[in-house]
Design a binder for this molecule. Structure first.
Ligand code: PMT
Length: 234
């Protein structure tokens, strides 16, 4: 039987972010949003109160999901923080790590720039690390790590650096897994070890991930972090 998440507030981030260079060009990561949308849909089927913060993607909103559309990492940060407090945060978004320091209000003309264009880039805010340090903290903070190789080493590094509870290592760079594909290959890492979620359709892996989330919430207590009384008792 599917584990219920009734009464719990889940915030999911999905898709890429676009960091504008000028009105017609941007920097961004590859992501269709399929993985994050599948997680949001599965959580809604389990009767959670779901907020889906979506970067620019071409996907329909899952039933019973509240969707907030954003474009940049800065906008995604504002939307995610505005959706707190929450019981669970799952960061499936492929947030751009850098953004142009001075986006141009006018289209950059090749005739003005010559053969090279130097862009000064600044780091975008680390939304996942900020949520993990946020008070009140979600009971479970889950990040993703898309990696082509050494999945365990990189995933464990992100687990430690971002101070999250779970990192889902996502195999990319091979057919049938990762960006844009309907299928995926995932392994969950926590501070004690790893747990293979396996490979298959993103819809099924989303279910497997939420079963793990349900298990990690532990006591089966479905009292929501958005319940003010529950907050005082925490
Ligand atoms: O969207 P699909 O086409 O279905 O593909 C799904 C996916 C491969 C994009 C997804 O499953 C995935 O792996 N997302 C994470 C991509 C990634 O490589 O993230 P990262 O290693 O840059 O970041 C690690 C974690 O920190 C992620 O949870 C990310 O959302 C978060 N992060 C990163 C940078 C930043 N500035 N803020 C963040 O919150």
């Amino acid at each position: 039987m599917t584990a219920s998440l009734r009464g719990l507030r889940i915030v999911v981030s999905a898709g890429p972010t676009y960091e504008d260079i000028d009105p017609v060009r941007f920097l961004g990561n590859r992501s269709s949003g399929k993985m994050g949308f599948a997680i949001a849909a599965s959580a809604a089927r389990r009767e959670a109160d779901v907020v889906l913060v979506a970067g620019p993607v071409a996907l329909a909103t899952p039933d019973r999901v509240r969707r907030v559309d954003v474009r940049s990492a800065a906008q995604m940060r504002v939307a995610v923080l505005a959706a707190l407090p929450a019981d669970i945060y799952i960061a499936a978004a492929a947030v751009a790590d850098f953004a142009p320091r001075h986006p141009s209000a006018l289209k950059l003309k090749k005739s003005d720039t010559g053969d090279t264009l130097l862009l000064e880039l600044v780091r975008t805010p680390d939304i996942l690390a900020e949520v993990a340090a946020h008070l009140p903290r979600p009971r479970l903070v889950v990040g993703f790590a898309a990696e082509t190789h050494e999945l365990g080493r990189y995933a464990q590094g992100k687990l430690r650096d971002k101070k999250v509870d779970l990192i889902i290592a996502n195999q990319v760079g091979m057919p049938g897994s990762g960006f844009e594909s309907d299928d995926n290959m995932l392994t969950a890492f926590d501070h004690h070890g790893s747990h293979a979620l396996g490979s298959g359709p993103k819809t099924e892996l989303a279910d497997a991930l939420l079963d793990l989330v349900h298990e990690r919430l532990g006591d089966g207590d479905a009292t929501s972090a958005t319940d003010p009384l529950a907050h005082r008792q925490r």
